[in-house]
Design a protein around this ligand. Structure first.
Ligand SMILES: Cc1ncc(COP(=O)(O)O)c(C=O)c1O
Length: 394
């Protein structure tokens, strides 16, 4: 038998899955590891999908999506960007993950470098690797609120750099970039003639301040990626999109044709109902995540385990560096000793080594109990900042 692909074999396995698989074999585990909304898809969206399916929206669609959803997305972003976005600039995909993968494959040659955040969503590494391009991580420092340092990113740009990926609001840090940071990143991309791929899947989940879309500053250079998964609790429907020029929409649409032909027709109808319909559920979910963020903050901040307060998305990075253990060991010990499943920081890059990520997409009581167990764990392993020990045992 001829050997299997070294590329496929070399792709990293998500540390999140590993912890989850172990947690599933145990009883009484508080699962804070999964990055998906804890709500059901709003009923009016499910009704629209059922109606569409009964009405015959059950066939293949054009590669770039059905006209209805493309128009709905174009209208939504015309308001957000402050300019007219046409349906021809919208590529509808099987989740934002496919939008990102199809865009990378649409712009990059083998060996090109793509800058990605550290800590950042682990899938960037695998999708960039699959396109035989090279992920280069730029650090987001906790001392700087996990905001990008433009000069540091610039120092990593080489003649092979093709694009910078930014993620705002961020998974796993919850950072929300201020307007000046977003515009400085766009300026940097312009200065070096790079694409700026702006992953904005958490755009609706902001607790403080405002989400600033990067495309407001340069509609040609910025490729906006988002979708319905996080805003509308629709992870299983698999609909995302990229907004870019019609030429790249067509090119990346060809990549999508090779992989999935087109996104699911009935899911596209559901996503159209989500984007066009009432937005109350989005606000209700945002408020619930914010309440849980406050709950986590109340328990972890006084003992020094939450140096950076998440301002968006639904995650928090818990700083257990004081324990002096690699994050993978931390995650496994936390699971074994306290029955709390949290994602090892190292899954997101080197900067988060010694930390774990918890998800706010968990019921309030479980989340609070999980945090109390983390404090107990930190105290036992010497991970509480010294000045805060009194507060922890109080
Ligand atoms: C930062 C980030 N981008 C993209 C995605 C993918 O979302 P989708 O479900 O639309 O593929 C995720 C999902 O967890 C994410 O965290």
């Amino acid at each position: 038998m001829k050997p299997r692909s070294t590329l496929a074999q070399g792709l990293p396995r998500s540390g999140i899955r590993e912890v989850l698989d172990l947690a599933r074999q145990m009883d009484d585990v508080i699962v804070l590891v999964v990055g998906e909304p804890s709500f059901n898809t709003p009923a009016h969206i499910i009704d629209a999908a059922a109606k569409a399916a009964h009405g015959g929206t059950t066939k293949y669609t054009p590669n770039a999506g059905l006209p209805g959803i493309r128009a709905a997305v174009a209208e939504r972003y015309s308001k957000k960007f402050g300019r007219t976005v046409t349906p021809g600039e919208v590529l509808v995909t099987a989740g934002a993950v496919n939008a990102l993968a199809a865009i990378v494959a649409g712009i990059a040659e083998e060996g090109d470098e793509i800058l990605i955040p550290d800590p950042g969503w682990p899938n960037y590494v695998s999708m960039i690797g699959l396109a035989r391009t090279v992920p280069v991580r730029y650090p987001l420092h906790p001392e700087n609120g996990y905001l990008p340092d433009v000069a540091e990113i610039e120092s990593l740009i080489t003649p092979r750099t093709k694009a910078i990926v930014i993620n705002n609001p961020s998974n796993p840090t919850g950072a929300v970039f201020p307007e000046e940071t977003v515009s400085a990143l766009v300026d940097l991309a312009r200065k070096h003639d790079l694409w700026l791929i702006s992953d904005e899947v958490y755009e609706d989940l902001v607790f403080e301040g405002e989400h600033v879309p990067a495309a407001r500053f340069d509609p040609d250079r910025v490729i906006t990626v988002s979708g319905v998964s996080k805003s509308y609790a629709m992870t299983g429907w698999r609909i995302g999109w990229a907004i870019t020029n019609p030429e790249l929409v067509a090119l990346s649409g060809k990549i999508q044709e090779a992989l999935v032909s087109c996104p699911s027709a009935v899911s596209q109808a559901a996503a159209e109902a989500a984007v066009r319909g009432p937005q109350d559920a989005v606000e209700e979910m945002r408020l619930a995540y914010q309440r849980r963020r406050d709950l986590v903050r109340e328990i972890l901040e006084p003992v020094g385990l939450l140096p950076t307060i998440p301002q968006g998305a639904f995650y928090a990075m818990v700083d257990l560096r004081g324990a002096g253990m690699p994050s993978k060991e931390l995650s496994l010990k936390l699971l074994e000793e306290e029955h709390v499943a949290a994602a090892p920081g190292s899954t997101f890059g080197d900067v988060a080594e010694g930390m774990v990520r918890i998800s706010l997409a968990t019921a309030d009581d479980d989340l609070a109990e999980g945090c109390r167990r983390i404090v107990r764990f930190a105290e036992r392993h010497g991970a509480l900042p010294v000045a805060a020990v009194g507060a922890a045992s109080a």
